[in-house]
Write a protein that binds this ligand. Structure first.
Ligand SMILES: NC(=O)c1ccc[n+]([C@@H]2O[C@H](COP(=O)([O-])OP(=O)(O)OC[C@H]3O[C@@H](n4cnc5c(N)ncnc54)[C@H](OP(=O)(O)O)[C@@H]3O)[C@@H](O)[C@H]2O)c1
Length: 328
């Protein structure tokens, strides 16, 4: 476990220009509430003169851009706007999007889809995230030490169903491990294009946020009651969660695969993490709520999916869907 004291010591150093460059540019989605908001506040507090773009659908603050990121056309538009304003991007954090009602199949039909014809869960967790990273990659590559963080699903990778990559015929229980593995393997493909970028995807833990107000299903009510009773033992406080997210994108523990490796492990207590392919400092990291890398069983599953060609099949599918939507 990465101790909270290690996280705090690292975050406290971010005002030191020898440790972390001043004037960082960051894009944070889902920053109007919950984990994204706590992360944005911590990043703003810890860094020197940050310029932060907040992407969400409500509230006006910082450079706020109102956008529904479940639609790929919106993702393209907002990324183009950022690219027209900035010459580099130091930090890109995706905190938005899985919403309970995307999993509540009784709400609309068995498999809720976006107006672009993509399963809502896949649209928000896989396509929207990957497309935004891909479009912002040139800006990220212009930064001295670029970091990408996806908040959700780390260490939860499982079997990929190549006969139903769209997830439209999968039962709910199979969808989470399926799309989580698709996302991690696709990040590895992006890392091949930009090995100097650090990609972290984390599971934030159970955090009491507005996510549990967005849906009235029995399952969510059950979780709310469980957290009300056991919350102080099982939940991560939202402020601590924000501190940990800032650590992922600024500490030395999760460096890019090559290029920006300077400082790897140089700070006490910040040894370099093991990447999703089992290599220390590989550049793509799947971590749990406490910052620890995925267990060997998960790494083994990913290794098999890499070796049997599933990763390439997934990436072809992702690119194909982007092309299809572009032509709608
Ligand atoms: N809380 C937990 O226990 C927990 C556990 C595991 C994973 N996570 C993951 O952590 C991430 C953050 O969750 P949270 O707990 O902080 O939830 P939250 O408090 O409900 O915040 C969600 C954020 O996403 C934004 N958002 C939602 N749909 C959007 C859309 N279509 N386009 C643009 N922005 C959108 C919301 O802003 P607007 O409504 O203003 O647009 C809000 O800022 C999510 O990916 C979630 O799946 C949370």
């Amino acid at each position: 476990m990465v101790l909270l004291s290690t996280v705090r010591a690292s975050n406290a150093r971010l005002k030191d220009p020898k440790y972390y460059p001043p004037d960082p540019v960051a894009v944070i989605t889902g920053a109007t509430s919950g984990i994204g908001e706590a992360t944005a506040k911590e990043f703003a507090k810890c860094t020197v003169r940050p310029r932060i773009y907040l992407l969400g659908r409500s509230k006006q603050t910082y450079i706020f851009m109102s956008v529904d990121l479940s639609l790929l056309k919106n993702v393209e538009r907002v990324c183009e706007e950022i690219k027209s304003e900035e010459s580099r991007l130091d930090v890109f954090i995706r905190a938005s999007l899985i919403q309970p009602n995307h999993m509540n199949f009784t709400h609309e039909n068995r498999h809720p889809v976006t107006s672009e014809g993509i399963h809502k869960l896949l649209a928000t967790t896989v396509h929207s995230r990957l497309l935004s990273i891909s479009l912002l990659l040139p800006l990220l590559r212009s930064a001295p030490s670029p970091h990408v963080l996806l908040i959700a699903g780390g260490t939860k990778e499982g079997p990929i169903h190549t006969t139903s990559l769209s997830a439209l015929t999968l039962p709910l229980a199979a969808i989470r491990p399926h799309l989580t593995a698709m996302l991690t393997l696709s990040l590895e493909k992006l890392a091949q294009q930009a090995p100097e970028v650090s990609f972290v995807r984390c599971f934030p833990g159970a955090v009491r946020t507005r996510i549990f107000e967005r849906d009235g299903s029995c399952r969510i009510w059950g979780m709310k009651w469980l957290f009300a009773v056991l919350g102080r033992w099982v939940c991560v406080p939202v402020e601590e969660c924000g501190e940990r997210q800032v650590f992922y994108v600024s500490g030395k523990r999760y460096p890019g695969g090559v290029g920006n490796g300077k400082g790897k492990g140089e700070e006490e207590g910040e040894e370099v993490a093991r990447g999703s392919d089992g290599r220390v400092g590989s550049g793509v990291y799947s971590v749990g709520w406490d910052g620890e890398s995925a267990p060997a069983s998960v790494e083994e599953g990913l290794r098999a999916q890499r070796e049997d060609g599933t990763r390439d099949v997934v990436w072809e599918y992702v690119l194909g869907e982007w092309g299809r939507v572009r032509n709608i």
